[in-house]
Design a protein around this ligand. Structure first.
Ligand code: BEZ
Ligand code: FE
Length: 282
């Protein structure tokens, strides 16, 4: 190792030492790992002063883009795959796989009846989504909740589109004693994540497209069970292999099969999808 490498190691060791007595053990562990990896990033890449400053200016712009409706830091985390990774690390064994929450969730969606449509005819062709929620032993979960939301056929969520009524394409459904649920929605389409802020520069500079694979969002919950934030992806979608925020999981992909003559006449597609909840961990 040359003299510069030795000096760099000395800086890293000195910083680690300065935080080594942090009283909270978890904070101590997180800080030590953060410092180690951050310093290794700078050392391994030979980070220049200009690049370091450009990075700080980028993070400043990300912060300045944030307001109560726009969380550019979460979008940054999504775009770098960190949100997807954190969901994966925290997945509960045996339960439906989790994926990113995204910025368009709104609490307080209306409770709806079994089979009800969460949207309007103009949102797109009607898909009937139905299945059962069971526990990890295969028993039906009675009274589980599915909080469902998605964008319209124009690629916009209600909160992005003044033409949509409040809480359009949102609804909360409750399973019956057999764990069964059913709801109608429009077949989802791919839509772009916002690139009008600094995170957009990442997509432009790297040549990545900014489309999410078509999906329906679901938060599953039930008394005594770990909640799961997940998606239903459309198996025919062109962006499954290149989702802008790395949210696709093979286990979450379902077929939107064309309706058959014995399906309800208003329905164009039928999706059969089951979910699994695991006991609460504490
Ligand atoms: C979404 O699925 O709604 C979403 C997720 C991450 C970034 C932007 C949008
Ligand atoms: Fe979404």
């Amino acid at each position: 190792m040359n003299a510069r490498g030795v000096a760099a190691e000395k800086v890293t060791a000195e910083v680690l030492q300065a935080y080594a007595a942090t009283p909270d053990p978890r904070l101590r562990e997180l800080l030590a790992a953060l410092i180690t990896h951050l310093h290794a990033f700078a050392t391994e890449t030979g980070l220049t002063t200009a690049e370091w400053m450009a990075g700080l200016e980028f993070l400043t712009a990300v912060g300045q883009k944030c307001d109560p409706e726009r969380q550019e830091f979460i979008l940054l985390s999504d775009t770098l795959g960190l949100s997807s990774l954190v969901e994966t690390i925290n997945a509960v064994a045996g339960a439906t796989e989790p994926t990113v929450l995204g910025p368009f969730y709104r609490p307080g969606a209306p409770r709806r009846e079994m089979g009800e449509h969460i949207g309007r005819p103009e949102d797109g062709p009607v898909a009937l989504i139905r299945g059962r929620v069971t526990d990890t032993a295969g028993n039906p979960v009675d009274g589980a909740t599915l909080d469902v939301w998605q964008g319209s056929g124009n690629g916009l969520y209600d909160i992005q589109d003044p033409q949509q009524p409040d809480f359009n394409l949102r609804g909360v459904f409750t399973t019956g004693p057999d764990g069964g649920f059913a709801f109608r929605t429009s077949r989802p389409v791919s839509y772009p994540v916002p690139i009008d802020g600094p995170v957009g520069n990442i997509y432009r500079a790297t040549g990545r497209h900014n489309y999410r694979a078509a999906h329906v969002h679901v938060i599953l919950s039930g008394q005594g069970y770990e909640p799961v934030t997940t998606h239903i992806f459309d198996s025919a979608n062109e962006h499954l292999g290149s989702d802008a925020v790395f949210g696709v999981r093979d286990s979450l992909i379902s077929e939107f099969r064309p309706a058959a003559p014995d399906d309800p006449p208003d329905v164009r597609y039928v999706v059969d999808v089951d979910f699994t909840l695991a006991p609460a961990t504490g």
